[in-house]
Design a protein around this ligand. Structure first.
Ligand code: AMP
Ligand code: GLY
Length: 437
């Protein structure tokens, strides 16, 4: 089987690496990929940028692959799966209409309301003045969340209990042309207490296969301080969700999406990622994404055993039922993933990232020869014969071990074998959960 993956980050490296372990997979093309991915056998990077054009479709067709897996949401929200309809190549991702579940927060909230999916109370606004009038009434005790409805690369959500900051957020999002977030529609919702969890399912339009859950660390600094990032680390272990809770999550959060989308005439095929807030027994959906998470994929995929490529292909063809038993999660192992980022990441307040530094790494680690440990590359490029850092999140190390504490120690031991000037990483991934025990 030949597979094409769209994207260039750690999530895509983890997908490529895991799929390369399946004997049925002969070749994996990653478009555009990154040169660090070439440490994984069977991988070839195709230096093209994603475009919604027939030329891009022709390029994919020329690769002669059996399956395309888009990593990020943008191609799906822009209609990549629709564009590929005319080819015979299956795409593991939803069409544009179903991808609105991620592409429009207003659509997603109304969908949840229609299909009785538990979610925070909310209101939708098209006019800044009306949103401000509403905020002045101090709804939900004044502590609330303001969200730009459209895709904003993770920058369009503000949690606040301060009226002044809330009014400023509305003005910035809707009226300030210089502000990086530009929004025509706002969702304002009640702020929920609890702990967040990311859930993942593979869907074929009719059925779901629960893949697992993971908890990521979005803040830059230890103790969940500092600015939000794309994710600084992540962990999972089998006692996070037991069989009974998994059944509840499937029934409350995941299956209603498949049923609702089918009812609307837009069957959902691909990865469904639900961000949920858990407060004791209470489960509320914060958001849906129509792709795998980054860095959740780097954490979860190494635990999934069996014929993954065949299962992905079956889902993309709408035939998941027959392949459901081909894969299983390794329940005896916990997984910890730690991200190493460039100096000044995430680059707020005009501080430029410090880039172009040579990455040195223990050979066995970089060649994937340390048992139960994987190194996944993200923001890297090649200069002469060396890899140098070229983006915010540069790489990450995943370690598997029988307990969460052991996986944490192993992940840090191995991450310390990687060096580049200005490298930063959190020292407390999974620590809060370990300290609670
Ligand atoms: P979203 O993109 O909708 O998942 O929001 C981004 C982040 O904002 C989430 O991961 C949460 O940390 C936070 N957030 C979003 N909605 C809520 C909510 N209703 N209550 C509390 N925190 C929220
Ligand atoms: N880790 C969160 C995301 O991928 O959106």
């Amino acid at each position: 089987m030949k597979i094409c993956i769209l994207g260039s980050g750690g999530r895509e490296h983890a997908l490529a690496h895991r799929l390369s372990l399946d004997p049925v997979v002969e070749q994996i093309y990653v478009v555009p990929g990154n040169p660090g991915m070439l440490t994984t056998p069977k991988v070839e990077c195709i230096p093209a940028t994603f475009e919604m054009t027939s030329g891009f479709v022709t390029l994919i067709k020329c690769l002669n692959v059996d399956l395309v897996i888009p990593g990020p949401e943008v191609p799906l929200c822009e209609g990549f799966a629709d564009l590929m309809k005319g080819t015979s190549i299956p795409v593991l991702g939803p069409r544009k209409e179903a991808a609105k579940l991620e592409g429009s927060k207003a659509y997603s909230k109304l969908f949840m309301q229609e299909f009785d999916i538990p979610t925070a109370d909310f209101k939708i606004f098209e006019k800044a003045e009306e949103a401000c009038e509403f905020l002045k009434t101090r709804p939900w005790g004044g502590r609330l969340v303001i969200k730009a409805s459209e895709l904003q690369a993770g920058k369009g959500v503000v949690v606040s209990d301060n009226l002044e900051e809330q009014l400023l957020t509305v003005e910035r999002f809707m009226q300030d042309p210089k502000y990086p977030v530009k929004s025509r529609t706002l969702v304002i919702e009640e702020c929920l207490p609890g702990e967040e969890l990311s859930l993942f399912a593979l869907c074929d339009g009719e059925e779901i296969l629960y893949l697992g859950e993971a908890r990521d660390h979005k803040r830059l600094l230890d103790g969940d301080k500092g600015p939000n990032t794309g994710g600084m680390g992540c962990y999972t272990h089998s006692s996070m969700v037991d069989e009974e809770l998994q059944k509840r999550l499937e029934e409350l959060v995941l299956l209603p999406v498949i049923q609702g989308m089918k009812k609307r005439g837009h069957p959902f095929r691909g990865f469904l990622f639900a961000g949920v807030m858990m407060d004791g027994d209470d489960i509320q959906v914060l958001e849906y994404n129509v792709r795998l998470g980054d860095p959740e994929t780097q954490t979860l995929l190494p635990l999934i055993k069996g014929d993954l490529a065949q299962t992905f292909l079956s889902a993309a063809r709408g035939q998941l039922k027959a392949s459901k038993s081909l894969i299983f999660r390794e329940h005896a192992m916990a997984s910890v993933h730690i991200v190493m980022a460039s100096e000044n990441y995430p680059g707020l307040d005009g501080h430029a990232l410090s880039l172009g530094h040579r990455i040195s790494c223990d050979d066995a680690l970089s060649e994937h020869n340390v048992k139960d440990v994987s190194l996944f590359y993200a923001g890297v490029k090649k200069e002469k014969e060396y890899l140098v850092n070229s983006g915010g999140r540069v790489l990450g190390v995943t370690a598997l071990a029988p307990t969460l504490a052991q996986a944490q120690v192993k992940a840090y031991e191995n991450l310390k074998k990687v060096h580049f000037v200005g490298a930063q990483y959190r020292k407390d991934i999974a620590a809060r959960e370990l300290n609670q025990k």
